[in-house]
Design a protein around this ligand. Structure first.
Ligand code: ATP
Ligand code: MN
Length: 478
């Protein structure tokens, strides 16, 4: 049984009367007659009608949920309701049965927590099929967007010797025998004997390297895995996640914000156009979940409305200082409902504050910029006030921070002063400083947390549900 046609193609082209071959996994088998077969190509399954006289009893018994089948038969207009076409089976092959006694996926709704325990099988469910098709589409849209904008895709290293950025705790990379580490004279581990002859870690960001690329190629972006050993078990943090980091020469903070807003809208529009069926399913499923919540906890908009809304309206843009004023005067701050009460300028915003601004005050995505320099990274350009830096964070409903970015400090003397202030060793970053010595120029960039984007588009509350194999504290078995 060769030359299979994918079900998405059959449903789109509907070559009625032709004999076709389909291969996929059984969703259900009703009345010993109707197979619902899904091959992952699209949300919809195809109905296969089997005539008991044509198919051996032994094979019929193996048609159970999860089994892998090949089916050959004629595509006909459906005689029943619920689908436009179906296959009249002439021949059925069982490639791999799935013992119904032990197959973990039952034809009922499973909790996401349960499915996380069997993440190797959750791809087979409607929900995760939809999520991972959408994840693909978002990734594709990102490459398409930057290609259209004439950016170059730059691959930055995953193993790095600089731990200077301070974006988060790092994972160590070593080939030393941990039971018997070589020591220096003063008793410390001698990393000169390690593989790279120095301490190395997994990268937390490709930005520093991307800056070097941007100051030659003009505009580049990275899109790769990043790692943070932060022991935070939240619904928005992973130990291994993917980050998209554009970096643009001669761009200031405002152009940086414009690029980010344009990119986010492009991605959302792309999924609305290309993933309508998967999105509709997730939308309807979330509506059902919402309707079971008490009225005051339900979200005001459906998933699809939320996505459209983000495309249709300009994001709010306010300074950190304006945000602090709004938060100080806000009800939850006055009534001490926030876990962290905002008392003065300079406070780092927690996700409860970010979400208040987005969900309660502005009711749309917000770009916060000009943050106090003390709570931001050393490479951000200091404003004329000497107190704030040209940083911007984009905050999204239900997610909080989805993007963090800035205009970079291009003046070598100011940058060196900032590094001294923040105890960042100059020697380690000589290669980063060199672009400020030779042909430096204003430049800007940002990092988009790819999984947070997928979370927003799919409406998933937990980041572990939008990455195929989540890595979190205590979890790396498969
Ligand atoms: P947060 O305050 O939410 O931890 P951050 O300020 O540490 O984020 P950045 O260092 O600016 O984040 O990283 C850029 C983007 O990467 C963030 O805006 C976010 O979308 C994403 N991100 C950061 N940390 C994680 C993580 N542990 N898991 C998934 N995405 C992350
Ligand atoms: Mn963080």
């Amino acid at each position: 049984m060769k030359k299979r046609t994918r079900i998405n193609v059959l449903l789109a082209e509907q070559p009625i009367g032709e004999t076709v071959v389909v291969k996929g996994w059984v969703k259900s088998f009703r009345n010993n007659q109707f197979i619902s077969l899904n091959d992952g190509s699209c949300f919809d399954s195809l109905q296969i009608v089997v005539d008991r006289d044509d198919v051996e009893e032994k094979i019929l018994k193996q048609i159970t949920p999860g089994a892998a089948l090949g089916v050959k038969g004629k595509l006909i207009e459906s005689r029943g309701k619920g689908q436009s076409v179906e296959i009249d089976a002439e021949d059925v092959i069982v490639y791999g049965p799935a013992n119904p006694e032990t197959y973990p996926l039952q034809p009922k709704k499973h909790s996401k927590e349960f499915l996380r325990e069997i993440a190797h099988l959750r791809f087979r469910t409607n929900t995760f099929g939809a999520i991972f098709r959408i994840r693909h589409a978002i990734s594709y849209a990102i490459h398409q967007f930057f290609n259209e904008q004439k950016f170059y895709y730059l691959h930055t290293p995953i193993i790095t010797a600089s731990d200077a950025e301070g974006a988060g705790e790092m994972f160590r990379v070593t080939t030393l025998d941990l039971d018997n580490t070589p020591k220096t004279e003063d008793g410390k581990i001698d990393f000169k004997k390690d593989f790279f002859e120095r301490e190395t870690h997994l990268t937390v960001s490709g930005q520093l390297e991307a800056e070097l690329g941007a100051l030659a190629l003009g505009q580049v972006y990275t899109f790769g895995p990043t790692f943070r050993a932060e022991n935070s078990n939240t619904s928005r943090h992973l130990a291994e996640f993917w980050m998209v980091e554009p970096e643009v020469a001669f761009a200031d903070l405002e152009e940086n914000m414009d690029l980010a807003e344009k990119m986010l809208k492009y991605i959302i529009t792309y999924t609305l156009v290309n993933c309508s069926q998967d999105l509709q399913f997730l939308n309807d499923q979330l509506e059902k979940e919402e309707s079971q919540k008490p009225k005051n906890e339900r979200s005001a908009m459906s998933l699809l409305d939320r996505l459209q809304f983000c495309v249709d309206y300009d994001f709010a843009r306010i300074t950190y200082t304006e945000a602090i004023d709004i938060l100080k005067k806000s009800k939850p701050n006055k009534k001490k409902k926030f876990n962290y009460i905002i008392e003065e300028w300079g406070a780092d915003l927690q996700s409860e504050h970010e979400r208040y601004l987005v969900e309660k005050h502005f009711k749309k995505p917000v770009i916060l910029y000009d943050y106090p320099k003390n709570i931001k990274a050393f490479y951000m350009k200091v404003n004329e006030d000497g107190k704030t830096v040209r940083a911007m964070d984009i905050l999204f409903p239900g997610i909080g921070e989805i993007i963090g970015g800035s205009q970079r400090e291009e003046n070598i003397d100011i940058l060196l002063d900032r590094m001294k202030e923040m105890n960042i060793p100059e020697e380690e970053l000589y290669w980063y400083l060199d672009i400020r010595k030779y042909g430096s120029c204003p430049h800007s960039g940002y990092g988009l947390g790819f999984e947070r984007m997928v979370q927003f588009v799919t409406g998933m509350g937990n980041i572990r549900d939008v990455i195929p194999f989540p890595r979190t504290p205590g979890n790396a078995a498969f």
